[in-house]
Write a protein that binds this ligand. Structure first.
Ligand SMILES: [Fe+2]
Ligand SMILES: [Fe+2]
Length: 193
């Protein structure tokens, strides 16, 4: 349903479970970045009332996710720690089209967001199905559902506003690029690691 070209090896979930404090810290900051991205889209595309309304909901939900992860960190006696860089997302940023019309850049930014939601959703599914920790397994299942909805929202708006873009073709390019990119990951204690 997500269209991803390469599934995550479940062995990645074992690496994650052995490094829970680090995974939770990285995860918390992923949620913050997702909220910031939704806010960025609102600020730069405020003429689209429907987008502003739905992305406001998403920004709030992402900060609620941040709060939930932070609560788990506190309950377990861990520390949030400093923001973690996300190399995978930084590589996707480079694929983001910045030339062309303002609208093309807007649509591509929506596809970029949909791409990250799709992979995050898949990673949460792999975690929920492969870790032994029952609380976290349930938690990641719930987040998987939420991120799947975000993925659909971003793709919906990309299609709606794709007046000067062949959005289906461009989405296929994103999936191809991401499928090649993710081959070099899967060995690290990070949500997109
Ligand atoms: Fe989230
Ligand atoms: Fe999300």
């Amino acid at each position: 349903m997500l269209g991803l070209k390469l599934a995550t090896d479940p062995r990645w979930a074992k690496i994650a479970e052995e490094n829970l404090e680090e995974i939770l810290t990285d995860h918390a900051w992923c949620e913050q970045k997702a909220a910031s991205n939704a806010i960025h889209l609102i600020v730069y595309n405020s003429e689209h009332e429907d987008l502003v309304s739905e992305l406001t909901e998403i920004a709030i939900e992402e900060m609620q996710h941040f709060q939930m992860v932070h609560n788990i960190i506190k309950e377990r006696g861990y520390e949030l720690g400093r923001e973690r860089k996300d190399d995978y997302v930084n590589q996707l940023v480079k694929f983001n089209k910045k030339d062309g019309s303002r609208n093309m850049a807007f649509v591509d930014r929506l596809l970029f967001a949909a791409m990250i939601e799709a992979r995050s959703c898949e990673r949460f599914r792999v975690l929920s199905q492969n870790i032994n920790d029952e609380e976290l397994s349930k938690f990641y299942h719930d987040l998987m559902v939420s991120e799947a909805n975000h993925y659909m929202t971003f793709l919906k708006f990309a299609k709606k506003y794709s007046t000067d873009v062949d959005v289906d073709k461009r989405w296929k390019e994103w999936l191809e690029f991401e499928g090649n990119l993710i081959r070099s990951y899967g060995n690290n204690q990070a949500i997109h690691g």
